[in-house]
Design a binder for this molecule. Structure first.
Ligand SMILES: Nc1ncnc2c1ncn2[C@@H]1O[C@H](COP(=O)(O)OP(=O)(O)OP(=O)(O)O)[C@@H](O)[C@H]1O
Ligand SMILES: [Mg+2]
Length: 467
């Protein structure tokens, strides 16, 4: 802004200068040319008196001073007398005598006599003093240049006007530049401050501080950027927390069977004469713990693979009712042992495209939980129906139910309502989180309805045509 204003002001000033000067010169030029025609024969005849008469009269009219120089630059006549007989040199007379011009103009500093260029006036800044315009015309006799007629007239008023204009422009220029500077500084700091804040927050996040949030302020792009950044850092923080919990839980789950195994194996080593029946029991228990360990590891692997999105569904046409019946058959002996009754209400066979192995895992896990957590002699009901565009599978029991505050966590990894009891029954708390992931992979949903002392129902909804 400052630069463009400076350039505009400079050229405006020079244009005004040129205009004023041209205006001044135009009238003098005509006058000078007219006078030179009359003066030339007088000079040729060396009629100084007539020449003086002519020029003194004219000097009064144009309020200037006339000089007549011969071709060597010697002053033949000065209307003010002072310079007569001396050598006089100027750019204007040189232009006539040496360079063969007929008329030539210039502005001179009254103090030094120096010629100034009106185009460079913008930076000369000499407001005081006297200024003269020199206007020269040749005097000819036939084809020969015999001298120069020079008119010097004061232009101080014009120059003072120009200088004051120049000073005002410079002042405005400085003011505009200052305002532009301050405003742009203000603007850039307003614009860049949120970005700088964000950069610092990202740097702190890169060092592992995921609780970083930035202040959401302003409007438009920057605001959206800050909001997006905060959402992202929240997600990363939750992810980090979940991951840490997961690792801690997994290590704990793996350590428990290992500790039990170590106790039993040490007993076997340090008590060589142990009772044979007890030894067999210890070995059987160790074997059970190994089974448990490998079950946990395979569950963990399934979950990790699902997290990495590397689990692909291999869909095929199947009938859910058939899968339910298969699993009922598999769990038959377990339920019979616990004196539990299983009722199947298969209202619709529900044919759809799904991954057989994974859907089987879902149904087995839910039915196994229902049997595992329901007291002996309990009742389990599996319902299958078509509701709108979904196949709805409900596994209900009349077991102990799930406490209200546990319901939101029931699908979390390693979450168990009654830790001690679940361990007895061999659960790891991974079953339902795997079930949920598998249902989501199929584009479905799962939820639980439960009341303590009454029972629990797990409801799975699978779309017939997943999008
Ligand atoms: N039908 C149910 N009735 C009451 N509580 C249940 C029922 N199903 C699950 N739960 C509770 O939810 C917890 C989590 O179940 P989940 O299937 O995820 O783990 P698990 O059965 O303990 O172990 P896993 O299934 O991996 O062998 C269980 O420990 C149990 O406390
Ligand atoms: Mg389970």
């Amino acid at each position: 802004m400052g630069l463009s204003f400076g350039v505009t002001a400079g050229s405006l000033n020079s244009m005004v200068g040129d205009f004023l000067f041209d205006e001044r010169v135009r009238s003098q030029r005509t006058e000078l040319e007219r006078l030179s025609v009359t003066a030339a024969p007088l000079l040729a005849r060396a009629d100084t008196e007539a020449l003086a008469d002519l020029l003194e009269g004219a000097a009064g009219e144009v309020s200037g001073r006339f000089l007549v120089l011969d071709e060597t630059g010697k002053t033949h006549l000065d209307t003010e007398g002072e310079l007569t007989g001396t050598l006089f040199q100027s750019e204007e007379t040189d232009a006539i005598v040496r360079r063969g011009q007929s008329v030539y103009f210039g502005v001179h500093d009254g103090a030094t006599g120096e010629l100034v260029n009106t185009h460079s006036l913008i930076f000369t800044l000499r407001p005081s003093g006297a200024w003269y315009s020199y206007c020269a015309a040749r005097l000819v006799d036939g084809d020969e240049v015999i001298g120069v007629l020079l008119l010097m007239s004061p232009v101080t008023d014009m120059m003072t006007g120009l200088f004051s204009l120049q000073r005002q422009m410079l002042l405005i220029f400085l003011l505009v530049a200052l305002i532009a500077f301050v405003v742009s500084l203000l603007f850039s700091s307003i614009l860049t401050r949120p970005i700088q804040d964000m950069t610092r927050a990202i740097q702190r996040m890169a060092k592992g501080n995921f609780s970083e949030r930035v202040k959401v302020s302003g409007t438009g792009e920057i605001r959206r950027l800050a909001e997006t950044f905060n959402t992202m850092s929240e997600k990363i923080e939750t992810l980090d927390l979940t991951r840490n919990q997961f690792v801690a839980n997994a290590s704990h789950e793996l350590k428990t069977p290992l500790a039990a195994m170590k106790v039993m194996i040490e007993s076997l080593i340090y008590q060589p004469d142990m009772d044979k029946a007890l030894r067999t029991e210890f070995l059987q228990d160790t074997n059970k713990e190994i089974d448990r360990l490998s079950a946990i590891v395979s569950d963990l692997l399934t979950l990790v693979r699902m997290d990495a999105n590397s689990v692909q569904l291999t869909r095929e046409p199947l009938t859910i009712a058939e899968l339910v019946q298969e699993n009922a058959h598999r769990l038959d002996s377990v339920m019979r042992k616990r004196d539990q009754t299983l009722e199947l209400k298969l209202e619709d066979p529900c044919d759809l495209n799904a991954d057989r192995g994974k859907l089987n895992q879902v149904i087995y896990n839910l039915m196994e939980n229902a049997s595992k957590y329901t007291q002996e002699g309990g009742e389990i009901t599996v319902t299958l129906a078509r509701v709108g565009r979904d196949a709805v599978l409900t596994v209900a029991d009349n077991g102990p139910g799930i406490p209200k505050d546990s319901i939101p966590h029931i699908f979390d990894r390693f979450y168990r309502v009654d830790k001690a009891r679940s361990r007895e029954t061999g659960g790891t708390g991974l079953g339902l989180s795997i079930v949920k992931q598998l249902v989501l992979l199929h584009g479905g949903t799962i939820r639980v309805e439960s009341e303590e002392g009454v029972g629990s129902s797990f409801i799975v909804e699978l779309p017939f045509s997943p999008s």
